[in-house]
Ligand binder design. Structure first.
Ligand SMILES: [Zn+2]
Length: 149
C-alpha cells in the first residue's frame, strides 16, 4: 500500500532532524513546508492510468510548431498525432473539423495543402503537366482553326 502524505512527510522531516540539530520550531516549520511541498507534488504527478505515450509527447511538440507536421513523406494530424499521406476531409471530420477550420485552428494559410511534402510536390507537377497539356491542346485547336481558314 502507498504511504500517506503524512507518513512520507514524517520520514522526510525525521531524516532532516537526524542530519542536524533542529529546534522544535524548526521541526514544526519543516513539517509544514515539507507537507505543503508533498501536497503540491502530489497534484502534479500524473495518475498511473494516465500513462502518457510517446505519441502524446510528440503531439505536444508538434502543436507548438505546427509547420513541423508537414514532413517529406507524411503529414501528422495535429488533433490526434497520427501520420498520413494526406489529411482527408473524412479524417478531419472525425475531429469535427473541415480542412478550412483545421487550417484556421492551427494557423496555416488557407491555401496550404494538407498533404506530405512529396505528395504536394507531385501534385504540383501533375497540375503543371495538366496545365501544359491544356495549353498544348488549345494551341493545336487554334492552329487547326487557323489552318482551316
Ligand atoms: Zn486526427
Amino acid at each position: 500500500m502507498a504511504k500517506s502524505l503524512v507518513e512520507l512527510c514524517a520520514e522526510v522531516v525525521t531524516a532532516q532532524a537526524q542530519s542536524r540539530q533542529m529546534t522544535s520550531d524548526e521541526v514544526a516549520g519543516s513539517i509544514r513546508a515539507v507537507f505543503q511541498t508533498l501536497q503540491e507534488l502530489n497534484q502534479y504527478i500524473p495518475e498511473p492510468h494516465e500513462n502518457r505515450t510517446d505519441t502524446q509527447d510528440a503531439l505536444m511538440l508538434l502543436r507548438r510548431q505546427p509547420h513541423q507536421a508537414f514532413q517529406r513523406t507524411k503529414v501528422y494530424c495535429l488533433e490526434c498525432g497520427k501520420p498520413f499521406k494526406l489529411l482527408s476531409n473524412r479524417h478531419l471530420s472525425t475531429h469535427g473539423l473541415t480542412p478550412r477550420s483545421y487550417k484556421q485552428k492551427w494557423g496555416f494559410p488557407l491555401r496550404t495543402s494538407l498533404s506530405a511534402q512529396t505528395l504536394t510536390a507531385r501534385r504540383r507537377q501533375l497540375a503543371k503537366a495538366r496545365g501544359m497539356g491544356n495549353a498544348l491542346a488549345e494551341w493545336r485547336a487554334t492552329r487547326q482553326q487557323t489552318a482551316a481558314l
